[in-house]
Write a protein that binds this ligand. Structure first.
Ligand code: SF4
Length: 291
């Protein structure tokens, strides 16, 4: 882990990454790709130590309130956050300045900040996004080895349900020949329904691989699924997009099950929801679009 003093923290889309790199070890992680030009080892986390100060400056300058996003490129609750508390300090600012929040994690460490997430959601809107890729706990320990498993993540989602905080599940990636079964998809969807999840993101059911990510993923396939790398190469060559063989059938299953359960499944609608700032002050909802 190493610290840097960053020059800025919010992207033009109001997203932020406090950390760079991640210690959760997901074997398919796109953030490892060389196109992101990381100049340090992926597990040697870069810590933007002045993130809260930069965020406060940015929030003060904004003429209107909006949703602030975090977690797209690095998990805001990776191991170091326990001590550093930079995510927590940023959430305090988002709460204090009356902005909305859209936060993505795989870790149950997010529960430490339940007080702030609830406070933000009371005033505006807080959307928590969690990834669930497999219903099989043993497989989960292989695919996402250094973070809590699906069963615990479902407990977390149920806690947010009790708190009235909306949740969205990223059911992605679905890996060809590994977790691309109807049984797996149904298992995840049924639990999401029980947990009152607002919607399910799938990105068409499959996996993407590019330089850097691909080598790491293949190394792990060789370790845990002998012969699988060769099967991937035969089926997909060097392709960026690897849709699972039955992606159309599984997508139809997702659509049907989500519609039955009242969960949103359309990607554009889900992103529109996450970008929509709501002002719940004065007991009414005023919806503003920041972009
Ligand atoms: S939690 Fe996200 S950023 Fe971290 S290793 Fe897994 S996929 Fe990558």
């Amino acid at each position: 882990m190493h610290e840097i003093t960053a020059k800025g923290i919010l992207s033009t889309q109001n997203g932020m990454n406090i950390y760079r790199g991640c210690t959760h070890g997901c074997i398919y992680c796109d953030a490892r790709s060389t196109c992101y030009q990381m100049e340090h080892a992926f597990e040697d986390i870069e810590v933007k130590i002045n993130a809260p100060e930069l965020l406060e400056q940015a929030l003060r300058k904004k003429r209107k309130k909006c949703m602030i996003g975090t977690g797209a490129m690095s998990d805001p609750y990776l191991h170091a956050e326990k001590e550093l508390q930079l995510t927590r300090r940023c959430l305090e600012l988002i709460d204090r300045y009356g902005f909305g929040l859209c936060i993505q994690t795989k870790s149950d460490r997010i529960l430490r900040d339940l007080d702030l997430l609830t406070a933000i959601n009371r005033k505006t809107k807080c959307v928590v996004q969690m990834t669930l890729t497999t219903y099989d706990e043993n497989l989960c320990r292989i695919l996402e080895p250094n973070v809590c498993t699906t069963a615990r993540r479902l407990e977390v989602l149920n806690i947010f349900k009790e708190e009235g905080i909306p949740t969205i599940v990223w059911m992605t990636p679905i890996l060809p020949f590994i977790n691309d079964t109807e049984e797996n998809i149904m298992g995840i969807l049924q639990e999401c329904r029980k947990a009152g999840v607002y919607g399910i993101l799938t990105f068409g059911i499959g996996l993407t691989l590019r330089d850097g990510d691909r080598q790491y993923f293949y190394e792990k396939l060789d370790l845990h699924f002998p012969g699988m790398k060769e099967r991937y190469i035969k089926q997909y060559g060097n392709a960026y997009e690897l849709p699972v063989p039955n992606h159309a059938g599984l997508m139809e299953l997702v659509r049907q099950e989500c519609e039955k359960a009242g969960m949103e499944w359309r990607t554009d609608k889900l992103f529109a929801y996450m970008r929509q700032f709501e002002d719940k002050q004065n007991g009414e909802q005023i919806t503003l679009f920041d972009f």
